[in-house]
Design a protein around this ligand. Structure first.
Ligand code: TXA
Ligand code: MG
Length: 334
């Protein structure tokens, strides 16, 4: 398949929207990560997303809309709490899991009775959805298992030749995927952490949010293998080609241990990459995390040594969720 490379010009958005209407696939930028979109209400089109990404079929997609009120097309009942979350956080990186209407095909929701919906905060994405005239199902625009794409070069690397078109744009502002919040539960439950944190959500709902217990596991196997509510969270994810180790502890000790392991491994002829963010620079860590993993892979890194961030901070917690998965829960405490 020849992939068209498009921009956010109005002519190109029309072309991209035509592809979506005809049941094709278009990758596009959002403020979090690039998405790979298809008409969410067209089962045959959504099926192509799974094929292009090599994505397991039970991993549901997020449905993107361009007007908050369009959530009514996807779900039969929207309660006051959901409305207040929408008022506060849309457009933006908060995905809401709600009961689905039967018009939403099973393949879009991985067979679940619920649908995940968000309104992205990115002009190109919003124009594409508006012009296509349908909600757009879009997982991240990477090959399944690889780090999420935050730059157009990542999308081209993974999907050129596999999709009808790619809308190129700037680097994604946020850098990690949206927070996924299940509002069918009371209190609502965070299924995937993101830069909209529990503290932010609690300020709106006036009570503590829940966390999917699978998020609090420190290893893949501890806790008797809890089954995450968000199916996508159970797969090995965001994996660089390199082996990756997370070093956790007091800052000075972490730095020293990284240096020690670096020297040791380089002496054995390995190419070692270090991922150590400034202390408390959580947003920056979120912004750079996936791009750094891909960069180190491109450099032929054999071993990535990553300093753990504090997960007391909500954004730190969200980055750590990705970091632990990337490292396959390979952690050294110092
Ligand atoms: O920021 C984002 O959310 C990006 C951009 C493109 O919008 N999209 C994204 O999609 O990250 P994806 O497919 O990589 O992740 C979707 C996550 C998965 O963990 C999936 O299991 C969860 O959302 N999810 C989708 N529908 C769900 C549902 N009905 N119930 C629970 N979890 C759901
Ligand atoms: Mg993804």
């Amino acid at each position: 398949m020849k992939t068209q490379i498009l921009t956010a010009s109005s002519d190109d958005i029309k072309t991209a929207a035509g592809i979506i209407k005809a049941g094709g696939l278009v990758a596009f930028p959002t403020e979090t990560v690039y998405g790979l979109g298809a008409n969410a209400l067209d089962a045959a089109a959504v099926k192509k997303i799974y094929e292009a990404k090599g994505r397991p079929r039970d991993n549901p997609t997020i449905v993107h809309i361009a007007r908050a009120s369009d959530i009514g097309m996807l779900t039969p009942d929207i309660d006051a709490l959901t409305v207040s979350l929408i008022d506060n956080f849309w457009p933006g990186p908060l995905t809401l899991v709600v009961k689905k209407r039967h018009e939403v095909p099973d393949i879009t929701t991985g067979g679940l009775p619920t649908v995940a919906v968000r309104m992205p905060d990115e002009p190109a994405a919003l124009s594409l959805i508006r012009e296509a005239g349908c909600p757009i199902a879009a997982p991240s625009a990477n090959l399944s298992g690889k780090p999420s794409p935050t730059k157009m070069s990542h999308v081209i690397q993974d999907l050129d030749g596999r999709v009808d078109a790619i809308i190129v744009g700037d680097d994604c502002r946020v850098g990690i995927e949206s927070t996924v919040l299940d509002v069918t539960a009371r209190p609502p439950v965070i299924l995937r952490p993101g830069i909209v944190t529990a503290v932010d959500i609690e300020a709106v709902i006036g009570e503590k949010a829940g966390f999917d217990p699978a998020l609090l596991e420190k290893s893949e196997t501890s806790g008797g293998g809890l089954k995450p509510k968000s199916p996508g969270m159970k797969y090995r994810h965001y994996a660089p080609k390199a082996k990756m180790v997370v070093i956790e502890g007091r800052r000075g000790r972490v730095k020293a241990e990284i240096l020690r392991l670096k020297l040791l491994n380089e002496r054995e002829g390995n190419r070692v990459g270090v991922l150590l963010f400034e202390e408390k620079a959580f947003r920056e860590a979120a912004h750079d995390f996936f791009a750094r993993l891909r960069e180190m892979d491109d450099e032929g890194t054999d071993l990535i040594l990553a300093g753990a961030l504090s997960d007391v901070d909500g954004v730190g917690f969200a980055v750590m969720n990705r970091m632990m998965k990337s490292a396959g829960y390979n952690i050294v405490k110092v």
